[in-house]
Structures are given as structure tokens and as C-alpha cells.
Design a protein around this ligand. Sequence first.
Ligand SMILES: Nc1ncnc2c1ncn2[C@@H]1O[C@H](COP(=O)(O)OP(=O)(O)OP(=O)(O)O)[C@@H](O)[C@H]1O
Length: 359
Amino acid sequence: MIEFIETTKEFQVGQSTVKALNHINLTVQKGDIFGVIGFSGAGKSTLIRTVNLLEEPTAGQVLVNGINLTSLSKKQLREEKKKIGMIFQHFNLLNSKTVFENVAMPLELAGTQKTIIESQVSEVLAFVGLEDKANRYIDELSGGQKQRVGIARALVTKPKILLCDEATSALDPQTTKSILELLKRVNIEFSITILMITHEMEVIRDICNRVAVMENGQIIEEGNVLDIFSAPKEDTTKNFVQSVVRDDIPLSIYEQLKENNGSKRVYNMKFIGVDVGQPVVSQVAKRFNVDVNVLFGNITELQGIPFGHLIVELVGPKAEIQKAFLYIQHKNIQMEEVSAHEGERANHYRRSVGYAVHG
Ligand SMILES: Nc1ncnc2c1ncn2[C@@H]1O[C@H](COP(=O)(O)OP(=O)(O)OP(=O)(O)O)[C@@H](O)[C@H]1O
């Protein structure tokens, strides 16, 4: 568990003071994959670096499993730091050494016996899938392989916590996915709590169970990933969510509604943690005298739970549409009617913020 209690960090830059962290209060529970997201300069790096004292808070505290590391002797601090691994955006590996030597380094610095080093390094290299690369030099590896070496080096001391500082930001999307899958395995197979900072909402969506949004050295919103994705409150959070879950309705759908004579109604069906739409859609078509056309959709998965929306058109007699509407609502699916009038407002808004208008 990691607890930030009124954690504050100021940097003195010439005559002025930069408040990188401004009274942060945040708890990362054991077993979490906790993501902190924010734009550049929000204070994310400073925050994560206070956990292993790469940065020391100027006020407030950071407790790691109940211990304030600033209160420890040098020897105790060395022991506690072994329980905190860290990986970096640019890997921080030594190019002049082999994969094996890089991974072995934390154990060598701790004076571990050679035979134990050999077995522990082999074990973590096998875990990250690089057992056949032990004697290669870092320069000979791809970005994804380098990050695997970084993860192996972080795991070799058998930590309880792993800090990830923009660990996938230098990698292509495919490699990012494989590294995130590896981090998920680290969390599950070794029960390691992960605290990661990122500016990419995809990373939060793909592996985190909790998220905090940072701005100007403060946490502006925090919660479990499903809650934050389904009901973001702050504008910055809404922007991050929009970057991966587009829930805006294409303008072409509003255009179609302008020519509507009342025999069809268009609805936005929102799925949050309920069965995916297709069975409901086919049930409605069978039970009621209505045709159901799916016009647009965007369904993704968050922690194995379907999440997203479908724009459907119900065509038929008014009374049947009403019955179908109530039936769907009864299935715990939020239904909002889409009106042509709304489209004009949406169009105006999108143009005013320079949004790419699709449809
Ligand atoms: N060593 C330092 N000396 C002076 N100012 C610093 C130092 N480190 C960070 N800052 C300042 O603190 C603020 C927060 O920086 P930080 O690097 O933590 O943000 P970030 O969210 O991680 O951004 P990025 O993603 O760009 O690294 C910024 O205004 C930055 O300029």
C-alpha cells in the first residue's frame, strides 16, 4: 500500500518556486494497478519519484506499507528500497553491459551470492521471455525487448511494488500492448502493486483498476476506472475519456432525423457493465412490431465489462416503439432519445472547439 498524505514538493528555480505537488492525498491499495494520468507538467513524474525517494517531499508524507522512508537509517532504507522496483520510459539500461549483467546489477550491488544471482536472473529472464537473450548487449535489442529487460531488472529483487514512469510511451501500439500484458501478469502472478504514470488513456483503459487525474500538482479526480470512464466530472477527465471512448454521435445521424415523419425514433443506448447490445436488439425486434436498425456503435471492454454505446433506430407504430423503449430500459440499459435539434447544438459546439466533424 502507498499513502500520499498532504504530499507537497516545491522546486526552487532561480528566484521563483515551482509547486510540482500541491497537498496530494491519495491511497494506492495492495494489489492495485493504479494509473495516474495528466498532461505534461502536471506533476506525475515528481509524484511517482517521491515513492522511492528519488524526490523527497518538501512537506507532507509518503508511506510505503506504513513506513515513512525519510525516517529510516541508510541501511533500513536500502532494505526497504529493494521492495520497490521501477521502470522508465527510456529504460535506463547500461548499453556497455549484457542483458544478464543489467538484470543482475541490483543483486550484485546488494552483495548477493553468485549462484543465487544466476538462478534469480534466469528466473526473471524466463518470466519476461528473454531467456535466450541473456548474453546479448542492450544495443542489439528492440524497444520492447529493452523494456522487458527493465522489467526483469525491477523484479529481480522480488519487490512488492512496481513504479512505472511512462513505461510504454516510447513504444509502438503493438509493443505497448504486449508490455501492458506483461505488467498485468506481474500484478497477478507476483501480487505486485503497480503505480504507473502515463499521458495515454489507452494504458489506463487496458490495465488499470483505479485512476487519478492530475493537473497543476493536484489530483482533480480519482476513482475506479469504470466509474471514471462512465461518468467523468472534470473537463480534463472528460477529454482523456473522449480520447479513447468516442461517445459523440455522427452528424449524419442528426441529418437523417431532420427528414423524420415520426415513424422512427433514434436512441442512444448506453451500456455500462450490462450485457452487450446485440441480444437485446434482436429480442426487441422479435417481441415488438418494430424494426431495429443499428446506425452506429462503439463498445469496448473495461476490466472485462462491456462499455460503450449503440445508436439504434426504432421504426414502427408509435405505441410499439414506446413498448420497445420501456422493455430496453427494463434491461438496465440507459436510453436517450436523439433529436435533430440536439444535432444543431452538437455541430455548433464541435466547430467552436475545432473538433474533427465526422459523419
Ligand atoms: N528538478 C526540477 N527542478 C525544477 N523544476 C522541476 C523539476 N522537476 C520538475 N519540475 C517542475 O515541476 C512541474 C511538474 O513536473 P513533472 O515532471 O513532475 O510533470 P509531469 O506531469 O511528469 O510532466 P512530463 O510528462 O512532461 O514529465 C513542472 O512545472 C516542472 O517544470
